[in-house]
Design a protein around this ligand. Sequence first.
Ligand SMILES: C[S@@+](CC[C@H](N)C(=O)[O-])C[C@H]1O[C@@H](n2cnc3c(N)ncnc32)[C@H](O)[C@@H]1O
Length: 188
Amino acid sequence: MRVSYSLVLANVLLWGSGTAFAQASSAYANSLAPYIPSPQIIVERMLELANVQPGETVYDLGSGDGRVLIAAVQQFRAKAVGVEIMPEIAHKATERIAKLGLQDQAKVITGDIRDADLSSADVVTMYLPTDSNDLLRPKLEKSLKPGTRVVSYSFKVPGWKYNRMEEDDPYGNGRKHAIYLYVMPPKK
Ligand SMILES: C[S@@+](CC[C@H](N)C(=O)[O-])C[C@H]1O[C@@H](n2cnc3c(N)ncnc32)[C@H](O)[C@@H]1O
């Protein structure tokens, strides 16, 4: 999940201008992960593993094209909020949600996960590398209510003990990918 941002930044420097440039460069500088969508089968398994119930609120931290939000609404009748730092990706996800007529149940906040208010989340999904999960851990511990289910695809949250782990072979190539389920404990 490591990316060299220099090439991307060079492109931004060449083509960007004004506010768009400032937004894009700040987004790249604060990025915790590149945009790599989860396979659809994994999206469904993550939401199943979290046992998402109708009316619950699902947050996808780094929501990409909105696929987790859309599945949460369409297949689990949940409400869904995405937080996405890249303005263009967030915009496209918002358009996709609107095209499907799901704008009353799903929304994307353009911004940094580190600034998001997660207090209303019943379920949090993430597909971020281990060091980003580690960085976010204090925020998650502080702001998530007890009982919130956190599901992480591929990468553990260091220092947490998972409640369940499932392995899938989403690409059918014999390479297993893990999904970790954590349940937030009572506050100390
Ligand atoms: C690996 S992709 C996962 C996308 C989506 N959750 C999925 O499973 O298909 C990670 C996403 O996190 C976004 N991201 C990275 N750093 C972020 C940050 N600090 N705040 C919000 N989003 C961020 C990236 O732009 C990217 O879209």
